[in-house]
Design a protein around this ligand. Structure first.
Ligand SMILES: CCCCCCCCCCCC(=O)SCCNC(=O)CCNC(=O)[C@H](O)C(C)(C)COP(=O)(O)OP(=O)(O)OC[C@H]1O[C@@H](n2cnc3c(N)ncnc32)[C@H](O)[C@@H]1OP(=O)(O)O
Length: 178
């Protein structure tokens, strides 16, 4: 269903509709929302964001990052920003790129049995236009740990061009910390 939703939001982002088509589409979307509403649950029980086996953890907001290779301290994956993420002039929105970095760096930070950590900072440099509808490579490194602090770096590539890179600090949560 979330795959279909992704297709819908990419398509809906790219069209310019006559009023009657827009009205009919709105009615259909409202009908779908009505179909789902009886199944709303507490956020601790929802599938979205809590289903690691499904791309993007079934989180509707996230661009789908696919992991191609990973070990304890390094991860290589790929991502394609669809039309939904367009900022302008064929480039991904500058807010979508940190979203993707936070997710994929968080995934490596929390991998291999390391206890849960939360992002304390995420610094992103935009080095070149990040094109939409192009398969991009993302590389993440877990560089070092100092007590509760985990330092990670990442880069996003269009071919050999680095379009963005990031440094992040993740802090291990204390037992019982919310
Ligand atoms: C299905 C599963 C898949 C799992 C895959 C999941 C992937 C998703 C990942 C997404 C992750 C997120 O987006 S998380 C959501 C976004 N992040 C947040 O909402 C975080 C909000 N902030 C916080 O909750 C808090 O500030 C914490 C937990 C980060 C830290 O608070 P704390 O625990 O009280 O620790 P605190 O004493 O302040 O800091 C500990 C040490 O770190 C340093 N420190 C703290 N913050 C910073 C900072 N911004 N910059 C520099 N240094 C900092 C302190 O100086 C201190 O150093 P010293 O004195 O010890 O030297």
């Amino acid at each position: 269903m979330l795959d279909a939703l992704r297709v819908l939001r990419d398509t809906a982002s790219g069209v310019d509709l006559p009023a009657d088509v827009a009205r009919n589409a709105s009615l259909d979307i409202e009908r779908l929302s009505g179909l789902l509403k009886p199944y709303l649950v507490a956020d601790t029980l929802q599938a979205a964001g809590r289903t690691p086996g499904i791309g993007g953890r079934a989180h509707a907001l996230l661009p789908m990052v696919h992991v191609d290779e990973a070990d304890d301290n390094r991860l290589v994956g790929h991502v394609t920003f669809g039309r939904y993420y367009l900022g302008g002039f064929g480039a991904a929105h500058g807010g979508a790129i940190p979203l993707m970095f936070d997710e994929i760096m968080g995934r490596l930070s929390n991998a291999v049995g390391r206890p849960m950590a939360r992002t304390a900072y995420l610094n992103v440099n935009f080095r070149a236009i990040t094109p939409i509808d192009v398969r991009l490579r993302v590389e993440v490194r877990h560089d070092r740990e100092e007590g509760r602090k985990r330092f990670l770096t990442a880069a996003l590539y269009d071919g050999e061009t680095v379009t963005a890179d990031a440094t992040a600090l993740f802090i291990t949560l204390k037992p019982g910390q919310r």
